[in-house]
Design a protein around this ligand. Structure first.
Ligand code: TYM
Length: 388
């Protein structure tokens, strides 16, 4: 694999987005029809559309989580966000929608780590900006509707800066960080994360802090239980390493469930903060419409006459791809797909339908976000929780 083709938590090149290849390289498993059937059997409900449509498609030991759940053995969820911009973009939404679904279905605790330290170390950002982004991003995250009784949010910088009531919710975090960092050689870390002689010292030890929450005993409010991490596939390097080191902390290997990447509007790799014309959750409805109409890559033919005759390519059409993520109604999605492929529906109409769906999502989201006050935020950061 060349450097260009590499997927690390900080670099997802467009040439590397061959998911089957990545699953093989990372050593994850595909979520197949049998596993989807089991999820439906255990939860008694149809699987989430992201899972049904193969948009959440890879896992590690998800079958074990289901086995244990059936035996009434508890688990907890762990996910996170690195605040590098004021607002989340619509790609970040995917793992949080997945986490919300999992928390609702299994009624389990969720811990959310805000890696403001990571974004300070890896991006050209000062501490104050990352901390301010963290505050804004936390409001975005709470607006997904997580259960306040069962969700604990913490920020890495904040934990070390100002422990609340002397209790951070974390169990000797610094001591455990020392222990884990001693277990991982620079050689091992570099192979996984691509560090080199130009990496700063903070970057080299950062992964230890993203790994620790995979172990129940990192938190003083969890009893012995296994962790399930919902994320996009780029985060797997952390959790591969977390699995290798779990014995050291007397824990089970964390299980994982991964989505792919919502593509950028131009269909050049994943949607990211650095991609042009990123759609953010704080965009105005007009901005959303303009970005999609102007920049969404079209799978349509060059002329209307050709399009009517030969039909469009839904695999290449970004507006259709976004609908696969955001439009829940399977029947409508199928109708749209057929209409576009047969040439009955034009690219302009496809984009308009996509605009409506993303606008509706963002509008709902903004309403929920507007109702979040400091008391609600403090509740999510509070450590007075005893989940298991
Ligand atoms: P961050 O802030 O880069 O991204 C947050 C989550 O969003 C996923 N993601 C995407 N998913 C779908 N489509 C996209 N275009 C897209 N872009 C990003 C990321 O994979 C991630 O799940 N280091 C992490 C923060 C973190 C974390 C965790 C994430 C700390 N602990 C545990 C997952 C699980 C980060 O900077 O994520």
């Amino acid at each position: 694999m060349t450097e260009k083709d590499k997927v690390t938590p900080w670099n997802v090149s467009e040439t590397a987005l061959n998911y089957d290849k990545l699953i093989m390289e990372f050593g994850c498993k595909k979520i197949d029809d049998n596993l989807i059937e089991r999820i439906e059997k255990v939860t008694g409900k149809p699987a989430h559309h992201l899972i049904r449509r193969g948009l959440v498609f890879a896992h590690r030991d998800l079958d074990q989580i289901l086995d244990r759940f059936e035996k009434n053995e508890p688990f907890y969820l762990y996910t996170g966000r690195g605040p590098s911009t004021k607002s989340l973009h619509i790609g970040h939404v995917i793992p949080f929608l997945l986490s919300k679904y999992l928390q609702d279905m299994f009624d389990v605790p969720l811990v959310i780590q805000i890696t403001d330290d990571e974004k300070f170390l890896f991006k050209n950002l000062d501490i104050e900006s990352t901390k301010n982004f963290a505050i804004e991003n936390v409001k975005d995250i709470i607006a997904f509707g997580f259960n306040p009784e069962k969700t604990f949010i913490f920020s890495n910088i904040d934990v070390f800066d100002k422990p609340k009531n002397g209790d951070t919710g974390l169990n000797n975090f610094f001591q455990r960080e020392l222990m884990l960092s001693k277990e991982i050689s620079f050689n091992e870390g570099s192979k996984i994360f691509g560090f080199d002689l130009n990496s700063n010292l903070g970057q080299i030890t950062f992964p230890v802090r993203q790994i620790l929450p995979c172990y129940f005993n990192t938190f003083n409010f969890l009893k012995k239980c296994i962790c399930l991490v919902p994320a996009a596939l780029d985060q797997d390097p952390y959790f591969r390493l977390a699995r290798d080191k779990s014995k050291y902390f007397g824990c089970d290997k964390p299980a994982c469930i991964y989505s792919g990447f919502l593509p950028s509007l131009r269909n050049l790799g994943k949607m990211s903060n650095s991609a042009s014309h990123t759609i953010f959750l704080d965009d105005s409805l007009e901005e959303v419409a303009t970005k999609i109409h102007k920049y969404a890559f079209s799978g349509g033919k060059d002329t209307l006459a050709e399009h009517r005759e030969f039909g469009g390519d839904t695999d290449k059409d970004t507006a259709f791809q976004y609908l696969r993520y955001f439009l829940e109604d399977d029947t409508e999605l199928k109708t749209i797909e057929m209409a576009y492929r047969s040439g009955k529906m034009t690219s302009k109409e496809m984009k308009q339908r996509c605009v409506e769906e993303i606008q509706a999502f963002i509008e709902e989201f903004k309403k929920r976000r507007a109702s979040i006050n400091q008391e609600i935020i403090d509740g999510f950061f509070s450590c007075n929780k005893r989940f298991y």
